[in-house]
Design a protein around this ligand. Structure first.
Ligand code: BGC
Length: 429
């Protein structure tokens, strides 16, 4: 049988995770504190997570066996700098060992410097709600970049400042649990400033050290915002307003150093292109009828109730590319599918949308490699290509993981792969 490719995948396919969500190992930080306060719904402890801190070698081996050649990983600030200005030598050695082993196994790292979690000492000083803390974050960036030397050439400075700010400072469901729109906007301004300054700093440090191949960006959580009813003027206004407040202003600030209302520029931030790639985290569409998030009825949805809207990945990538035409990295895309019942279809549909878009998408990092600690949902929301039995920590490659490996091996999706993995699956509405 002729097994023609029906989806060409020209980009590098990798996997993604973040430090707090996989490492475990009991580091005092904002999420261990959040757990202590009983704010993780199913009582899962981030001190356990995937026990990746002990099992890292096996995890990297599994990645390599699956044919994965690119891994977006996080580093835990609180592990590396447990007290302000005191860096932990053993933690540094652990990350060097991990990055070195990845290199040995042919897996290229994209290192995320901040992904939702703060050391407690930093949080006690006001965290990212405090402009005076910008140099403190930059101090950590400098330490990490010097430490990793030529083991890591590519960095994501900050992950999803909008989600971090909205969940922690407006919705109150992430630490520090506040409910203030003003504070959420200030956090976005501070984090965007951190990104812009870190961008310049990383380039300077690596250039001084004689390293080449540096690429720096931030991971932006972008959604499609649609009016719940297209004919309703108020819904249309809300969709535009929420899109701008949630992601539009932030994208402009981080990609171009152009801070416009409602964001504020930190004094030393200069305008200019501030990303070597567009980092896009895409999951869903919101259908809004007010200034809050919203969901349309009767549309495909994942196990957390998020709309599944594959064309949105190309729409969001296109919006960002129009602001700054640099290569696109999809730094996260995936779905909560506890039974692995529709993940293959989800992957197929999103890769197809990207490949048909004709945008310069160079990388796609699937979220996530393994099921992991999903923030307030704990272990109850599974996003992995690899199943984790949290009782025994046994890893088992899911059907979607086998599909992903097959796509990597074939450089696309063939008709046979489609009928084996995708065709039997349907989204639920
Ligand atoms: C975050 C991840 C998270 C994923 C699924 C993204 O917004 O960066 O940490 O696990 O969404 O909720």
């Amino acid at each position: 049988m002729d097994d023609a490719k029906i989806v060409e995948v020209g980009m590098v396919l990798g996997v993604a995770s973040s430090a707090t969500q996989v490492e475990g190992g009991g580091v005092p930080h904002t999420w261990s504190d959040w757990f202590d306060r009983g704010r993780v719904r199913d009582g899962a402890d981030p001190a356990v997570a995937n026990e990746h801190f002990c099992r890292w070698r096996d995890d990297i081996d599994l990645m390599a066996e699956m044919g994965v050649g690119a891994y977006r990983l996080g580093i835990e600030w609180a592990r590396l700098e447990p007290e302000k200005g005191r860096y932990d030598g053993a933690a540094a050695a652990w990350y060097l060992g991990l990055l070195g082993y990845m290199r040995e196994r042919g897996i290229a790292p994209l290192v995320t410097l901040h992904h939702f979690t703060n050391p407690l000492w930093f949080e006690a000083d006001g965290g990212f709600a405090n402009y005076a803390n910008i140099p403190v974050f930059l101090g950590f960036v400098e330490y990490a970049v010097r430490l990793f030397g030529d083991l890591a050439a590519e960095y994501v400075t900050v992950n999803e400042p909008n989600v971090f700010a909205v969940q922690g400072y407006h919705a109150g469901v992430f630490p520090p649990g506040l409910r203030s729109m003003r504070a959420a906007l200030r956090v976005q301004s501070v984090m965007a400033s951190c990104h812009v300054l870190a961008y310049d700093l990383i380039h300077r440090l690596r250039k001084e050290a004689g390293f080449t191949g540096t690429r720096v960006g931030f991971a932006h959580h972008a959604r499609v915002f649609r009016p719940l009813s297209g004919g309703n003027l108020w819904h249309r206004f809300c969709a535009r307003f929420v899109k701008y407040f949630f992601q539009g202003a932030l994208a402009r600030a981080c990609l171009l150093g152009d801070f416009r209302f409602p964001l504020k520029r930190f004094a030393s931030v200069k305008r200019g292109p501030k990303a070597d790639f567009i980092g896009l985290n895409y999951y869903t569409r919101s259908s809004v009828s007010s200034f809050a998030d919203g969901m349309a009825g009767g549309v495909p949805a994942n196990d957390l109730g998020w709309e599944i809207f594959p064309p949105g990945i190309a729409e969001c990538a296109g919006d960002l590319y129009a602001l700054l035409p640099v290569p696109i990295y999809v730094t996260e895309n995936g779905t909560c599918d506890n039974g692995d019942l529709f993940r293959c279809r989800y992957i197929h549909d999103h890769l197809k949308a990207l490949s048909e878009s004709r945008l310069p998408v160079q990388r796609y990092y699937h979220w996530s490699f393994t099921d992991n600690f999903e923030w307030c949902e704990g272990e109850s929301a599974r996003f992995g290509l690899v199943h984790v039995d949290f009782r025994t920590q046994k890893r088992t490659v899911k059907k979607s993981g086998r599909f992903y490996s097959a796509i990597i091996a074939a450089g696309g999706i063939t008709a046979r792969m489609f009928s084996e993995f995708v065709e039997p699956e349907v989204y639920r509405t």
